[in-house]
Design a protein around this ligand. Structure first.
Ligand SMILES: C[S@@+](CC[C@H](N)C(=O)[O-])C[C@H]1O[C@@H](n2cnc3c(N)ncnc32)[C@H](O)[C@@H]1O
Length: 220
């Protein structure tokens, strides 16, 4: 079993006490269907080493393997979709690095065991790229990075638009969590869902041209 505590100092400084696998899975079972939906988006806002993200990815990959393993191309597309919808923030750099490694190695272990010599390093690079983008060293309270000067935390939305073509849009985290009073919910012109409910539609801070998902790193 993985230790729940690294050091007393880290508990005192950062409240770093990890959730056990059993509790993680019990909590995820409460939203079981979402954890098995390949494209469902999850954010673990103080992710540590990614205890929740890793279990969600494990669940999603089981579905991807069961449905698509007969076609390596399909498996790659859906494995990308599974991991690109997972997001994490942590204040400690070592935790973010461990989280990234865990996500990458879990996906790679599944990929390598299924396709062995037919696996592609170019696919692994894209997976690493998207994991690095989605897991951010930052402060989940100020919603800023720990860079000097601090920047707004940005999250990228990766959305397949047709076939393997993907649209990336970056959103500022603080705009995804507006103050209650700022919600268009309270404005007469707020958009409505099909059921007539008022919905909140955030604006991206950056929009990228549509491209093949294996080309997303070229836009940087
Ligand atoms: C209680 S642990 C939980 C880790 C993981 N989510 C889990 O359940 O196993 C809290 C984590 O929050 C991080 N943390 C503390 N303050 C934070 C902040 N202001 N912003 C982001 N992360 C923070 C710590 O580094 C630590 O990894």
């Amino acid at each position: 079993m993985v230790n729940q505590v690294v050091s007393k100092k880290r508990v005192a400084d950062h409240g770093e006490v990890y959730t056990r696998e059993r509790e993680v899975n019990a909590m995820l079972d409460l939203v079981e269907q979402e954890t098995q939906r390949i494209d469902s988006r999850f954010l673990e806002p103080a992710c540590g080493t990614g205890n929740f993200l890793i279990e969600i990815l494990r669940r999603k990959l089981k579905v991807v393997a069961r449905r698509y393993q007969r076609s390596q191309t399909e498996f790659e597309r859906y494995a990308f979709l599974a991991v690109s919808s997972l997001y994490g923030i942590d204040i400690l750099q070592d935790n973010i690095e461990t989280c990234r490694n865990r996500l990458f190695y879990l996906l790679d272990a599944c990929y390598s065991s299924l396709y062995q010599k037919k696996t592609k390093d170019s696919f692994r690079e894209i997976i690493q790229f998207v994991i690095d983008k989605n897991t951010i060293r930052g402060d989940a309270l100020t919603l800023k990075t720990l860079d000097e000067p601090a920047q707004a935390i940005l999250f990228s939305e990766w959305a397949f638009v047709r076939g393997n073509q993907i649209k990336r849009r970056d959103f500022a985290f603080h705009e995804l969590l507006p103050e209650e009073n700022d919600l268009p919910l309270f404005s007469a012109s707020a958009p409505q869902s099909d059921e007539g409910k008022t919905v909140f539609i955030p604006n991206p801070v950056k929009d990228y041209p549509i491209c093949h998902y294996m080309r997303i790193a070229d836009a940087e």
